[in-house]
Design a binder for this molecule. Structure first.
Ligand code: HEC
Ligand code: HEC
Ligand code: HEC
Ligand code: HEC
Length: 497
């Protein structure tokens, strides 16, 4: 995947800041947003990103170097606005564990936690008690970070023009708009209208929202940023604020992005060189001119960019929280306590749950044992895949009592004929036939006359479980080359021998 784009590139200058501060200094803003109830990767697939333990490692390392303002843009505690009844208790316990983890992770910083709609799922009182000592962003305030006054302006919609002016009057050297906006471009516009120096976006209300990180550095107006959702990246902005600097923030293009653009030009140059071989006349001249121009642009990109002296500069870095990120042991411990707690709670909550059999005539799951006799070849192919072991995998990790895991690792959780109680999985563990083919009762009862709901499962069937969050390798291409061949065989989608 490509690196995040600076949507419009290069040294743009944001216009404002009438009160140039007298004192100079370097400070850092670390920004996270839209964690959406994400505490740790499920461990389903390789190279999964994110998790509070990794974020803590990254924040602590940065806070040791520079005075740091940590900003949480909102939507930290929950990942859904409508939890299912049997998930509610666990999701609350997770919200508490998340809040504790982030309190620990940001202990060495000056910090503010904005509330978003996904923080208020269990009510404002619950959010207040979970977030406890973590200070909210109040109506608009100036916080001192390493002696530098920074203004924070929370926005839920287009602001009154010049809303940042009051914060500047109160001494803010830099004004940051925290925008709960559908897109980073909206955050930028709101920040511009307010007269802020930069805008940070959080917000997941819009179904077509970008979930990747983005930096928008327009020619006019403040730069705006968002991070990947579900805690998969952080933004670190290092602000160099020399004494007496004029208004506005210069945002140099990140070195990695310049290098990537230079490499893109290299590829273009190589292909134009090849075209030059066979060209003659005016076309040849045109190509030669273009090559000279491309070469000059590439060479300029290979030289380090030096921001103008004496200006206030914001250096941008996105921190990806991947395999290489160190994990904070204190947060791993919070996570362990959380998994133990929910296992006990869920077991207790289901202790008296009555599992009614399917109603007469109701379509329901029957389980792989009810298919095997009539489809022995298909069953033998299935036996050799990883799917029948999916429940055992959870047991080995001690996560079989977790209502957030069970759904994709057993047959029909909480549905007719499927697994009803976490402690009574029985023969319905694993990804069974009907997880792909649909409920089979009518088909089996009719000796195969009634068709299966999904006779020919396809890519969409797999995507119900092999989601981008749970399987980082699954794609249209790998479906054809790896996943589908992995489940088919003689008598199951291939001619029987
Ligand atoms: C009593 C025997 C019987 C049972 C039990 C049974 N099937 Fe079948 N199944 C059949 C027959 C017969 C056919 C039709 C075979 C054919 O057309 O080649 C069939 C066809 C199918 C097909 C192919 C449909 C198509 O249109 O290509 C699928 C998929 C299938 N069964 C899945 C299942 C699953 C999953 C179960 C268990 C829930 C199951 N069957 C249980 C007898 C059975
Ligand atoms: C109900 C959820 C579910 C559905 C639907 C599902 N899978 Fe899976 N799949 C899993 C789980 C869970 C595992 C991991 C099992 C384990 O290792 O414990 C898995 C593992 C696999 C693997 C093994 C991957 C490896 O590590 O080598 C393949 C291949 C696979 N699935 C293919 C498919 C295909 C193709 C489809 C669609 C036709 C599909 N799956 C549909 C849940 C599902
Ligand atoms: C949306 C469906 C889904 C949910 C929910 C889910 N998993 Fe998985 N899980 C999968 C799939 C798909 C795979 C196979 C991925 C692959 O082959 O890369 C998998 C594989 C795994 C594996 C096997 C990895 C390996 O080494 O082969 C583990 C362990 C696992 N899941 C644990 C969990 C835990 C713990 C949870 C709950 C926090 C969970 N899963 C929730 C779909 C899911
Ligand atoms: C991970 C998803 C998945 C699981 C689990 C699964 N199947 Fe299938 N099944 C498929 C796919 C995909 C096909 C091929 C569809 C096609 O031909 O386009 C298929 C085809 C079939 C067919 C048609 C066979 C043929 O060659 O025409 C039968 C019968 C069948 N499955 C039965 C079963 C039975 C029985 C089980 C459990 C023992 C099972 N399937 C488990 C995905 C699955």
């Amino acid at each position: 995947m490509r690196r995040p784009l600076l949507l419009a590139a290069l040294a743009a200058v944001s216009p404002l800041g009438c009160h140039a501060a007298p004192a100079g200094g370097d400070v850092q803003i670390v920004f996270a947003a839209d964690q959406l109830g994400y505490l740790a990767p499920c461990g389903c697939s390789e190279h999964q990103l994110g998790g509070a333990a990794r974020a803590a490692g990254a924040i602590e390392a940065r806070a040791r170097r520079l005075p740091t303002l940590f900003l949480e843009g909102g939507n930290l505690l929950f990942g859904t606005l409508a939890p299912k009844p049997d998930e509610e208790q666990q999701l609350r316990a997770k919200a508490v564990a998340i809040a504790r983890s982030w309190a620990e992770a940001t202990a060495g910083t000056t910090r503010r936690f904005r509330r978003g709609p996904y923080d208020l799922v269990a009510g404002a009182a619950f959010a207040d008690s979970a977030l406890g000592s973590l200070p909210p962003v109040s109506g608009g305030e100036v916080v001192k970070v390493g002696g530098v006054p920074i203004g924070l302006l929370p926005l839920d919609g287009p602001p009154a023009p010049g809303a940042a002016a009051a914060l500047r009057k109160a001494g803010a050297r830099v004004v940051v708009a925290l925008a709960q906006a559908p897109r980073v471009a909206d955050a930028q516009l709101w920040g511009q209208a307010a007269g802020a120096d930069l805008a940070l976006q959080a917000g997941v209300d819009d179904p077509v929202q970008d979930t990747d990180e983005a930096a928008l550095v327009p020619a006019a107006g403040p730069p705006a940023f968002r991070v990947k959702d579900k805690g998969r990246s952080l933004l670190a902005l290092t602000l160099h604020l020399p004494a007496g600097a004029p208004a506005g923030l210069v945002v140099p293009e990140p070195a990695a992005q310049r290098a990537a653009r230079a490499n893109d030009l290299d590829a273009l140059i190589a292909s134009d060189r090849a075209r030059l071989q066979g060209a003659a006349g005016p076309l040849r001249e045109l190509l030669q001119k273009k090559l000279t121009e491309l070469g000059a642009r590439r060479d300029a990109l290979r030289r380090p960019e030096t921001p103008p002296a004496g200006r206030a500069v914001a250096e941008v870095a996105f921190v990806e929280l991947g395999d290489g990120s160190p994990e904070d042991p204190k947060i791993q411990e919070i996570f362990q306590r959380y998994t133990t707690l929910v296992a006990e709670q869920n077991l207790a909550a289901q202790k008296d749950k009555i599992c009614a059999p399917p109603k007469p005539g109701e379509l329901h799951y029957v389980g792989a044992a009810g298919c095997r006799d009539c489809h022995p070849d298909a069953a033998q192919v299935w036996d050799r895949t990883k799917h029948p072991h999916a429940y055992q995998t959870l047991v080995e990790k001690g996560r079989q009592l977790d209502v957030e895991c069970i759904r994709c690792h057993v047959l029909g959780y909480d549905q007719p004929g499927g697994v009803c109680r976490l402690d009574r999985v029985g023969a319905l563990g694993g990804v069974q036939c009907e997880a792909c083919h649909g409920m089979g009762s009518a088909h089996a009862d009719s000796m195969g006359d009634a068709p299966m709901p999904i006779p020919k499962p396809d890519l969409q069937t797999c995507l119900r479980c092999h989601t981008p969050d749970n399987d980082t390798r699954f794609s249209r291409e790998s479906y054809v080359s790896y996943y589908l061949p992995g489940i088919l065989g003689p008598g199951h989608g291939k001619p029987a021998k």
